[in-house]
Ligand binder design. Sequence first.
Ligand SMILES: [Fe+2]
Length: 156
Amino acid sequence: MNTITGLKGQSNQEIAHKLNELLANYEVYYQNLRGFHWNIKGSDFFVLHEKFEELYNAAQLSIDEVAERILTLGEKPLHTYTDFVAASSIKEYKDLSDSKSTVEALLESLRILISLEREILSMAGEANDEGTLALMSEYLAAQEKTVWMFASFLNK
Ligand SMILES: [Fe+2]
């Protein structure tokens, strides 16, 4: 039993492990967005430069929330680049500079984050872990909206 959450140790641990996978993906996603923000070129520069910054700032907040949720559940958050890259399904994107490839990479990354968050949401639901569940709901709603906007941007 976790003395902070009052939840069963086993589900706490399983959820925390999955949250660490999410954390790793968020970190790679964050750094990719910084690269897109710096390297973007072309007629969409002003729009995307700013939009990518907005997204990496949001990601930075989520990263801290997820790490601290892992601690609240009694586990340790990953915190090194080596561990992040090893545990992340989102790959590192290097030298992307046009709007189509950056936005496609963003949409693929969001697809991965959304699917992981759904998995965690369902685990948290089964474990009555309302704290984790609420975080996932918040991320999912925001990211689904972002997907809609960027898919529209690509005319899809
Ligand atoms: Fe900047």
